[in-house]
Design a protein around this ligand. Structure first.
Ligand code: HEC
Ligand code: HEC
Length: 354
């Protein structure tokens, strides 16, 4: 009994407003803005405490592109997650944050993150709602004081009205609602209009080389880059570093998943990134160490490093490491990866700066 009450209290604290919301009339569901997913896509998971609404998405989009959410007005979420770069930023390690210090991780695409179970390269964030606190407040990113942010937003009549439309509960302008709205907008950033998607829907054909590449990916890049989303949403060590690299620095950041789980068996593991749109999101890997797709494939064939947590998939029965691919096979994989590019994202008016 006690446990139940504590749990309810916690839920209320975590999702402020969730407690009051039940008695209020909810805003319109976002039927018109919600993407109609093709049949080969899984349904989009949505948390019950933050259903997508037209007004919530609109607010999230305003916030996503608003530089006043950073301490000195120089950065928005879109500074590092740019529509014309598939919501990544095209640089290995960004140093445009408020401290001007280089970040420790490469900016990933935000496309199809609605399906990601554990966010960030090491899975250190468990939902889109809570994640944004990190970039908003981090000294190396937007470094905003959230109390000041709330005051500024509440003093802005346009925002005040939009918060009221999106969240009829009190308090309307709150950090909690900023996080909810940002999450709603990010869930709309879906990508399923590639040539591969047309092929799956029997609306386009793949070339011989593209088909060969598809088969190779299905054989050699699974179980990691599997499913319609080309990720298993799981954590693996794909042989970028050896054990020595996982030694503790002050934040254990080099441990990858091990930093989050405190389990030595997870050192050097990172969440499998999707291969969708990958031809437009160089540089690659959690630290952006590879500038080109050729370097990625050469890594898998020639440069996989042995360590205690290396994925068994990257060790062959005869004891050698890596994935065997001929030059022609590498070219086929690259032609297939091009079919995963969805150019409609780059000009989708619903995704752009409002
Ligand atoms: C200075 C650059 C920068 C800014 C500004 C920034 N991000 Fe990011 N973002 C990153 C980097 C780098 C990562 C990877 C961090 C990691 O995995 O540890 C990331 C990761 C993410 C992820 C996780 C994606 C995944 O696949 O795991 C989400 C979601 C995200 N950012 C949303 C936002 C939102 C929302 C904002 C604005 C409130 C924002 N970001 C502002 C650089 C930035
Ligand atoms: C054992 C699982 C596994 C296998 C097999 C595997 N990958 Fe990966 N791949 C990963 C993980 C995990 C990462 C992220 C590693 C990191 O950043 O530390 C990754 C990263 C990548 C990236 C970089 C993506 C980005 O956004 O930075 C590409 C491209 C890629 N893999 C392609 C392939 C291809 C092509 C194959 C097959 C020839 C393959 N992978 C086989 C697990 C795997």
């Amino acid at each position: 009994m006690k446990k139940v009450i504590i749990f309810q209290l916690l839920t209320c604290i975590l999702f402020l407003g969730a407690c009051q919301e039940q008695t209020q009339e909810l805003p319109q569901p976002a039927a018109s803005l919600l993407p109609i997913l093709p049949a080969h896509f899984p349904p989009m998971p949505q948390p019950a405490h933050n259903p997508m609404t037209v007004e919530g998405i609109k607010l999230g989009r305003m916030l996503f592109y608003d530089k006043s959410l950073s301490r000195d007005g120089s950065l928005s979420c879109a500074s590092c997650h740019q529509q014309q770069k598939m919501f990544a930023d095209g640089i290995a390690l960004s140093a445009i944050g408020l401290s001007k210090r280089e970040l420790r991780r490469n900016s990933p695409t935000l496309l199809n993150t609605a399906w990601v179970k554990d966010l960030f390269w090491d899975g250190g964030a468990t939902n889109l709602e809570s994640l944004s606190v990190a970039p908003l407040t981090a000294i190396d990113e937007m470094h905003k004081d959230l109390v000041i942010m709330e005051k500024e937003l509440a003093a802005n009549p346009v925002y005040k009205a939009q918060f009221a439309k999106a969240f009829p509960t009190l308090p309307k302008v709150s950090t909690q609602n900023v996080l909810k709205a940002l999450a709603q907008f990010q869930r709309t950033l879906v990508s399923f209009n590639s040539k591969y998607d047309l092929y799956i829907q029997k609306k386009a054909l793949l070339t011989v080389s593209e088909l060969e590449g598809l088969q190779l990916v299905e054989q050699k890049c699974t179980p990691c880059h599997s499913t319609t989303l080309f990720t298993d949403n799981d954590f693996h060590n794909n042989g970028l570093d050896d054990d020595a690299a996982f030694t503790t620095d002050h934040e254990s950041i080099t441990k990858g998943r091990g930093r989050v789980t405190f389990n030595e068996d997870d050192n050097g593991k990172y969440r499998t990134p999707s291969l969708r749109n990958v031809m437009l999101t160089a540089p690659y890997m959690h630290d952006g160490r590879f500038a080109t797709i050729d370097q990625v494939l050469n890594h898998y064939t020639d440069n996989v490093k042995i360590s205690s947590t290396l994925s068994p998939k990257l060790k062959q029965a005869n004891g050698s490491k890596g994935i065997v691919l001929s030059l022609k096979e590498k070219q086929a994989i690259i032609s297939f990866l091009h079919t995963l590019t969805d150019v409609s994202v780059l000009t989708n008016p619903n995704f752009s700066k409002p």
